[in-house]
Structures are given as structure tokens and as C-alpha cells.
Design a protein around this ligand. Structure first.
Ligand code: ADP
Ligand code: MG
Length: 388
């Protein structure tokens, strides 16, 4: 990767104006993350305008104003800019080029560089290498012929991921043996990919961080995650391992390389030798940070709003109680919905998506508990009947 990219980042705004309460925040993207951001913003007296292509997106009904438009609709983005005192975003798949143009005209303290580097799995990996973090061995896959290169350098099993647009395991193929190569070739014939060694994972963890005005840094506790079918299934806090200092060291390396303002999350793998690998970075609030709404004195959305509006961040996030967060996919709602009424301790969040699909994230629930292992067992039992 070219070194001069980094020079540009130094010009990014490190210090910016504090917005008075009552100012307007524009959010690109009106899914559940946009909705929870808006709820934090409104608690602090900000107005919210959201831009989303879907007329019944979850954020619409909690925002003051709604712009129904595609994320790359130039006119709509400028309308959002003209109407807002600051712009933020809830997801990374917006055009970095367009964000760059908007940055020249409007107040976007997050800038465009994090999006530009992290929305592409290849430049994300190159950035992580440049930062000096430990990542899983990988190789770039431009043509289907490169798959044999992956077989030779990585060995089976390896996982092929599209460079752009993947989430919740979408755009990924696990190649266990030669038999799976045909499937991988199909994926590669449509778009460029990366292939990475499939790691024997002992545990997955993530660390949510917020960076505010004057480079103030606030860490959330280390989060322990379990994925099923590559979709986050549950998060437990605090993580049951002693990797927090190692994880913070990796994050420190990353923030010396990438310009962040606001909340972001670094996902990690831990292998059987307790080696920590950075998996990926989400430059926005993250599903594994949702527990913070009830379990911490500030949620990841609160600190995000404080950061982008230039307010002072809390130095430290207090975990009020250990927590288990369970995602509620469509199939989980089918299974558990009737039980909600009897369990006020579950802290159920329903995002308000109109169409329920078996693997769509429809909500989540957080249980505060001093008996994490027992609560985890209870939840596993209740979620039985869904596939592993
Ligand atoms: P997404 O952008 O969809 O979250 P990830 O790369 O984080 O994509 O993959 C989703 C999940 O798939 C991970 O959290 C992990 O459980 C599993 N996974 C991804 N890459 C690997 C790998 N190299 N080795 C083992 N498991 C992996
Ligand atoms: Mg991930």
C-alpha cells in the first residue's frame, strides 16, 4: 500500500467544534444501528434526520425527518448535508468517494478514510499489516486461477470472502477440499475476493472503542462473541479470558494508522495457543456492543453521539453488571416471542423491521446477571431448536 495515504490522514480534523444540544444530526442509513444512534441523540436533545432507501426502515419512526433515497443519491446526500449540523453513518458500505466530496462541504468529523480503507477487505488487511497487528494469513484473489495459489500457500481449509459488501457471512465460501473449489470459482467470477486461512478458533472477542474530540479514547469492556452460521449469536461481557490488554495493544496500533472519530469495533479471533488475531474492523457501532445500552453507564451509541458532536467522553466506561446479549433472528422470534411477557429481565429490543425472515436480525435481548454461566446455559436451552 502507498505510504502517502497516511500523510493525508494527518490533515484530518482531530479537534472540532462542540455542537450545542438541539443541533441536528444527519445519519446515513436507517437500520437498527441508525435507530439506536437516533435514540441516544434524542436523549441528549439533538434532532435527527435519517437517509435510507427503505420507506419503513427502523430509524424512520424515531427520526425527526426522513429522506427516502439511495445511499448514493447525490442530491439527497447534499440535502442531508444542508439540513444537518453534523453527518454520521451507521454502516460502511457507502461510497468513500461521495463521502469525501461531502466532507469538503459539510461537518463530517469521522472523515472518509476509515470507510475507504475498511469497506474493502483487501485494503483493510493491508492497513492492519501496515499497523503491525497480527492477522490471519491471506492472499488476494483476482481471478479464479488465483484459487490454486490460495490452496498452495494457505492449504485447506480456507475461506474466500468478497472484497466488498459482505456482512453476516454473506459473500463467503468455506473451501474445505478440492470439492468446494467450483463453488468458490463462482464467487470469484463475479467479484474480486480475498482468501484467508480458516483458523481453528477457541474464542472470538471484540473490543468497542470510541474516539472523541482532541483524540480522547474510551474503551468498552472486552466482549466475548459466539457466531452461528457466521451471524453473531450471543455476546457475553466481560469476556471470560484475559486478553483485554493484548486487545487494547492491537487497537492502539490501529488508531495510530487509521483516523477514527466515534465508535468502532475491532473483532478478534483467539486460537488454541491463545494467540490473538485481528479479524476485521467495523468503523461504526457494532452488534457485539449492544449490551452496553443496559449493562454500562454509557452505551456505544451514547459515546458515538458525544464523539461526533464534539462533547467530552467519559474517561472510563463502567460495567454496571455482567451481561448476556442474544440476537433475535426471525426464527428466534418465532420460537421465543410468546415468552417475552413473562420475562421482564430480558430487556427485549425489537427493531421494527416489517418483514420477518428466518435469518434476519429482528432484534436482540440483554440479560444482566451475576451468574453468567447459568444464564448462558438457560439461554442455550431456550434457543435450542434453532440450528447450530
Ligand atoms: P462479516 O463481515 O460477515 O462479519 P467475518 O469475516 O467477520 O465477516 O466472518 C464472520 C464469522 O465467520 C467470524 O466471526 C467467524 O466466526 C467466522 N470466520 C470468518 N473468517 C474466519 C477464519 N479465517 N477462520 C475461522 N472462522 C472465520
Ligand atoms: Mg465480522
Amino acid at each position: 500500500m502507498k505510504k502517502h495515504w497516511y500523510k493525508k490522514w494527518r490533515k484530518c480534523k482531530m479537534n472540532f467544534n462542540k455542537l450545542s444540544f438541539g443541533s441536528t444530526i444527519g445519519i446515513i442509513g436507517g437500520g437498527q444501528l441508525g435507530k439506536m444512534m437516533a435514540q441516544s441523540a434524542q436523549k441528549m436533545g439533538y434532532k435527527v434526520i435519517v437517509l435510507d432507501p427503505s420507506s419503513d426502515c427502523p430509524c424512520r419512526y424515531v427520526a425527526h425527518e426522513f429522506i427516502e433515497a439511495n445511499y448514493d443519491d447525490e442530491r439527497a446526500l447534499h440535502l442531508l448535508g444542508e439540513s444537518s449540523d453534523v453527518i454520521t453513518y451507521e454502516f460502511e458500505n457507502i461510497s468513500a468517494e461521495q463521502l469525501k466530496t461531502l466532507t469538503e462541504k459539510y461537518n463530517i468529523p469521522q472523515g472518509y478514510q476509515a470507510i475507504q480503507l475498511l469497506q474493502d477487505r483487501l485494503t483493510e488487511k493491508q492497513t492492519l499489516e501496515q499497523a503491525g497487528t497480527q492477522i490471519v494469513p491471506y492472499t488476494s484473489i483476482k481471478h479464479k486461477d488465483d484459487l490454486s495459489k490460495a490452496t498452495n500457500t494457505l492449504g485447506y481449509p480456507f475461506i474466500v470472502k468478497t472484497r466488498f459488501g459482505g456482512y453476516d457471512g454473506k459473500g463467503q465460501i468455506l473451501v474445505k477440499s478440492e470439492e468446494d473449489i467450483k463453488e468458490a470459482e463462482k464467487l470469484v467470477s463475479n467479484q474480486e475476493c480475498v482468501a484467508e486461512q480458516f483458523l481453528n478458533i477457541k474464542k472470538e472477542v471484540s473490543l468497542t472503542v470510541t474516539i472523541g474530540n482532541h483524540q480522547q479514547i474510551t474503551y468498552f469492556p472486552l466482549q466475548e462473541n459466539e457466531h452461528r452460521n457466521q451471524i453473531l449469536f450471543k455476546t457475553i461481557v466481560p469476556a471470560r479470558c484475559n486478553q483485554i490488554e493484548n486487545a487494547k495493544r492491537e487497537v492502539e496500533k490501529i488508531i495510530k494508522t487509521v483516523h477514527f472519530i466515534g465508535t468502532f469495533t475491532v473483532e478478534f479471533f483467539i486460537d488454541c495457543n491463545d494467540q490473538l488475531y485481528v479479524n476485521e474492523i467495523a468503523p461504526r457501532p457494532h452488534n457485539s456492543g449492544h449490551y452496553s445500552i443496559e449493562a454500562c453507564d454509557y452505551s456505544q451509541f451514547d459515546t458515538h453521539i458525544l464523539a461526533v458532536t464534539g462533547q467530552t467522553l467519559p474517561d472510563k466506561i463502567e460495567t454496571l453488571k455482567p451481561a448476556v446479549m442474544m440476537n433475535l433472528l426471525g426464527k428466534d422470534l418465532d420460537l421465543l416471542e410468546d415468552e417475552f411477557a413473562a420475562h421482564p429481565e430480558w430487556h427485549v429490543h425489537i427493531y421494527g423491521k416489517s418483514e420477518r425472515k428466518p435469518n434476519r436480525k429482528m432484534g436482540h435481548m440483554t440479560i444482566l446477571t451475576n451468574r453468567i454461566d447459568d444464564t448462558e446455559k438457560d439461554m442455550l436451552k431456550r434457543f435450542e431448536g434453532r440450528d447450530q
